[in-house]
Design a protein around this ligand. Structure first.
Ligand code: 5GP
Length: 199
C-alpha cells in the first residue's frame, strides 16, 4: 500500500466536509490508513473545538512569523483569518505511517497541487472536491449551522461560488447528496488510489 501520498479534501465552507470526514475516520479500514492534518489558524475556536485537534489556534503574530520562516506548505487568508498547513504536520503524519488528509479550501488546495507539480510529484496528490447539490442547498446549510452572522454567511457564499468555479481542477468531484454516500465514494477512491498506484 502506498502511503507516500496526501489527500486533499476541498470544497466550500458548509458543504459538509466535517461530517463526511467523521464517517471516513469511523471506518474500520480507513482509520488505520488516514490521519487528519491539523491546520494552523488565527480564527477563534468555536465551542467544541480543541486546540491541536481541530486546529492549532495561534495568534496572527505567530502565524506571520511562521510564514516568514517558510513553515507552511500552503496558507491562505480567508474570512478575515489566516489558515495554513504546516510542513511539520505532514511530516509527522507520514512518519507515523499514515496518509495525511488535508481539509482545506480551494486556493490552498491549488497551491499544494502546484507545489507537488513543480517537484514532478503530481501523482502524490489525490485531490477530491466535495460539491453541494446546489448553491441554494449550501446557503441553507450554512444558515442552519448557526455559527456565523449574516455578513459572514454572505462572505462564505461568495467564496463558495468562486470555489465551485475551480472544481474541474480536481481529479475527483463528488456531490454531497448525503454524507454517507459521499464518504463511501471517497473511501473507494482512496483505496483504489493507494493500492493501484503502489510504486
Ligand atoms: P472554518 O473556519 O469553517 O473551520 O474553515 C474555513 C475554511 O478554511 C474551510 O473551507 C476550510 O476547509 C479551510 N481551511 C481549513 N484549514 C485550512 C488550511 O490549512 N489551509 C487552507 N488554505 N484552508 C483551510
Amino acid at each position: 500500500m502506498n502511503k507516500n501520498k496526501l489527500i486533499i479534501l476541498a470544497g466550500p465552507s458548509g458543504v459538509g466536509k466535517g461530517t463526511v470526514e467523521n464517517i471516513l475516520f469511523a471506518d474500520e479500514k480507513l482509520k488505520n490508513i488516514l490521519k487528519l492534518s491539523c491546520s494552523a489558524t488565527t480564527r477563534k475556536a468555536r465551542q467544541n473545538e480543541t486546540d491541536g485537534i481541530h486546529y492549532y489556534f495561534i495568534s496572527e503574530e505567530d502565524f506571520l512569523k511562521k510564514i516568514e520562516n517558510n513553515e507552511f506548505i500552503e496558507w491562505n487568508k480567508h474570512f478575515n483569518n489566516y489558515y495554513g498547513t504546516l510542513y511539520s504536520e505532514i511530516k509527522k503524519i507520514n512518519k507515523e505511517g499514515y496518509l495525511p488528509l488535508l481539509e482545506i479550501e480551494t486556493v490552498g488546495a491549488l497551491n499544494i497541487m502546484k507545489y507537488y507539480n513543480d517537484k514532478n510529484k503530481k501523482n502524490a496528490v489525490i485531490s477530491i472536491f466535495l460539491a453541494p447539490p446546489s448553491l441554494d442547498e449550501l446557503k441553507t446549510r450554512i444558515k442552519n449551522r448557526g455559527t456565523e452572522n449574516q455578513d459572514e454567511i454572505d462572505i462564505r457564499i461568495r467564496k463558495a461560488e468562486e470555489e465551485i468555479a475551480e472544481m474541474d481542477k480536481f481529479i475527483h468531484k463528488i456531490v454531497n447528496d448525503t454524507p454517507e454516500k459521499a464518504a463511501q465514494k471517497i473511501k473507494e477512491i482512496i483505496l483504489k488510489e493507494i493500492e493501484e498506484k503502489d510504486e
